[in-house]
Ligand binder design. Structure first.
Ligand code: DX5
Ligand code: ZN
Length: 223
């Protein structure tokens, strides 16, 4: 089984000092940095794009885990690859050619992920399981941090966990991940945990470190 990874979402960080936030959360023990890209079209909010990501690259050596909430995604994949993303995840709902998007990401030399909104059934990934490195189960409707965990995600995680079998695919969960939900999410079979508000509400590196440690302990205990 793949290791537990804690991936702070900088959507909840202080945008006025993003570089320092990325450095601090890395120092505090983050495994991956989760980058939420929103276009005001696929989701009802706008965040940041490849130029901001490129400017953050020098602040950490942690894996850049890029979650594209944009449609279409294909015209921008190369820009995100060149900006320094290590993993690029597209939404299954963002276009008619998911398989092509995933192949394009791999051809750019990056790990390819597919994300599913809460209403999307697990079956949509059945024929791309050999084309993905990561599956991202959304446990809120994407667009905003700080929302309540959608409990039906747990059943979906269990289903996808069994679909994955022994393939080396990361199973990531995003939305409402916090101390009160992470053990159940881990027990359902996820190994990558995105947390935005739970971590960044602390406001300083000591609090980030405490929360990352707490989340990691609870995730390990849930296994
Ligand atoms: C939602 C984003 C999430 C979000 C999570 O559209 O994809 O990554 O930042 O925020 P929290 O952890 O606050 O639910
Ligand atoms: Zn995300």
């Amino acid at each position: 089984t793949l290791p537990i990874r804690i991936a702070p979402s900088i959507l909840a960080a202080d945008f006025a000092k993003l570089g320092q936030e990325v450095r601090d959360v890395t120092e505090a023990g983050a495994d991956w940095i989760h980058l939420d890209v929103m276009d005001g079209h696929f989701v009802p909010n706008i965040s940041f794009g490849p130029d901001v990501i490129r400017s953050l690259r020098p602040f950490t050596r942690a894996t850049f885990d890029c979650h594209l909430m944009i449609a279409p995604a294909d015209p921008y994949l190369e820009a995100f690859a060149k900006a320094g993303c290590d993993i690029i995840t597209v939404h299954a709902e963002a276009g008619p050619h998911l398989h092509r998007s995933l192949q394009t990401i791999r051809n750019l030399g990056k790990k390819a992920g597919v994300s599913l909104n809460p209403a999307t059934p697990p079956s949509v990934i059945e024929y791309v399981l050999d084309t993905v490195d990561l599956v991202l189960v959304m446990s809120v409707n994407p667009g905003f941090g700080g929302q309540k965990f959608v409990t039906s995600a747990l059943d979906k995680i269990r289903t996808i966990r069994s679909m994955i079998g022994d393939r080396p695919i990361e199973l990531e969960v995003d939305g409402g991940v916090a101390a009160d939900t992470i053990a159940d999410i881990s027990a359902a079979g996820a190994n990558v945990f995105v947390a935005g508000s739970a971590i960044f509400k602390g406001g300083k590196i000591e609090a980030y470190s405490d929360m990352i440690g707490t989340l990691r302990t609870l995730a390990e205990a849930g296994r």
